[in-house]
Design a protein around this ligand. Structure first.
Ligand code: HEM
Length: 447
């Protein structure tokens, strides 16, 4: 066994607690017993003799060791650790069910005691089903239910203003729910911003793009893309092919949001498989939410530590997401470059510069021109925002559209009614119609 001299000062950062007598202290390093033997050096009180022993630890009495005897085997330590953990778990469950501030709220006791209840419905053996379980709980327990040890779920519109505090009141988001890694696909995006003020600032930079007027300015582009999709439907109809509706609608929504937000053409509508791998990737990402909530360390490892080549082998779809973020980063760096060009031109020819501004109009050009602090305009942050816009604008709208289409086609009565309503505006199947004209139809606004 090697002997070495160690200065007390060098050990201080590790010496969290010491046990035993002064002649023979044990060290507890980060809470774990390590088989290190320390012996006090009387001639120089600043120095310990440090001796490492291999497991299992069996420290024998000797003349040297002042008769202090301990028997700890690895098994002892393991069993001790497990017992302590079990006792801690039981006490924690009792606390959550009795003294916890939410203890008085109704709900399943198991859900109040442990997060494993939510795990069971959201991760294994079920997947993303807790939402529907919560709906069942409301039927049984009423409008306010405790759905896990730290959360209540409220199904009562009267609480809307209280929860989504408006006006001058501030409400931070729940960091547990929106758990994000800065290096994760959506880290730094508005969606995963917890702090009220930072969220407000980031959101304000996007607001203009979500105005009705701004969307209407892009109506022509949207209609053109819908016509491409209708062409694909007609083609499939002639060939007798089955159309995967979610992918078809996803191709439309991704092409629209890319053109709208970044001025980029993703051209999924013209791909044979409607760009299915991208749509799969985004769908998978939403399934990753509960993993991040239940096991943040695992999510962190997957998102930040696993090299993308390995990730690609595990799940090609999941590997696309970090790759997309890199792609967006490149795109935004290009925008920064364009802006610098613009500034240079402005000093030379303001008319030409204005033409260039109009040509490069995208959400990110706009954000880069805004008053946001420089850190907020960093390409890494904006890349996360770009990823969010693509995900938020693709998956949600695609699901809504494919469901609506399915139910219209599945319900003959609804289909007939719809055709009757549209007949005056659309005498031919390929007649163009504006959103404003559709909004004037009673059937479309639900009267
Ligand atoms: C049927 C369509 C859609 C549905 C059902 C939907 C639903 C939602 C929901 C539930 C949230 C989360 C709100 C929260 O947790 O605070 C959200 C946030 C968001 N959505 Fe959508 N969305 C849809 C379409 C879109 C589209 C087309 C875009 C355009 C890019 C978009 C962009 C966003 C953004 C940027 C956020 C984050 C807002 C923030 O944090 O302030 N969504 N959406």
């Amino acid at each position: 066994m090697p002997h070495s001299l160690v200065s007390v000062k060098a050990l201080e950062p590790f010496l969290l607690r010491s046990h035993g007598c002064r002649d023979f202290p044990f060290l507890v390093i980060s809470g774990v017993y390590r088989p290190w033997v320390l012996k006090w050096n009387y001639s120089n009180p600043d120095v310990y003799h440090l001796r490492t022993v291999s497991l299992p630890v069996k420290m024998m009495s000797s003349n040297d060791l002042s008769g202090f005897l301990v028997h700890y085997t690895f098994k002892d330590v393991l069993l001790g650790g497990i017992s302590l953990y079990l006792v801690y778990g039981i006490l924690l469950y009792i606390y959550r069910l009795t003294l916890h501030p939410l203890a008085q709220f109704p709900g399943p006791k198991l859900a109040a005691a442990t997060f494993w209840y939510e795990f069971y419905y959201d991760l294994f053996p079920h997947k993303l089903r807790y939402l529907w379980k919560v709906e069942e709980m409301h039927k049984k327990y009423g409008p306010i239910v405790r759905i896990n040890p730290i959360h209540l779920h409220i199904n009562d519109p009267n609480y809307l203003d209280e929860i989504y505090a408006g006006g001058k009141r501030k409400r931070n988001r729940d960091p547990w729910y929106y758990r994000s890694e800065p290096n994760g696909p959506l880290g730094w995006s508005v969606f995963q911003t917890v702090d009220h003020d930072v969220h407000r600032m980031r959101r304000a930079a996007l607001n203009r793009f979500f105005s009705k007027r701004s969307v209407q300015e892009h109506e022509q582009m949207i209609i053109e893309k819908i016509e491409v999709l209708c062409g694909r439907f007609a083609e499939a109809c002639r060939a007798g092919d089955v159309v995967p509706l979610t992918f078809a609608c996803g191709a439309l929504t991704m092409d629209v949001i890319s053109a709208y937000a970044f001025g980029a053409e993703t051209d999924n509508l013209t791909r044979q498989d409607f760009g299915a791998e991208y749509l799969e990737a985004y769908s998978k990402l939403s399934q990753f939410g509960p993993v991040g909530r239940q096991f943040p360390w695992l999510a962190k490892a997957c998102l930040t530590l696993i090299p993308s080549s390995l990730m690609h082998r595990i799940s090609p779809a999941a590997a696309l997401i970090p790759r997309n973020r890199l792609f967006f980063r490149g795109m935004i760096e290009e925008s920064v470059h364009q802006q610098e060009e613009e500034k240079r031109r402005k000093s030379e020819d303001s008319f030409e510069a204005e033409k260039e501004v109009q040509k490069n109009k995208s959400i990110f050009q706009d954000i880069l021109r805004s008053n946001l602090p420089p850190g907020e305009k960093a390409p890494a942050r904006l890349a996360a925002e770009a990823n969010l816009l693509l995900i938020a604008g693709t998956e949600t709208t695609a699901r809504a559209l494919s469901l609506v289409l399915f139910h219209i086609l599945d319900n003959h009565q609804t289909l007939l009614q719809l055709r009757k309503e549209l007949a005056p505006l659309m005498p031919h199947p390929d007649s163009r119609v504006s959103v404003a004209a559709l909004e004037a139809l009673r059937y479309f606004v639900g009267h």
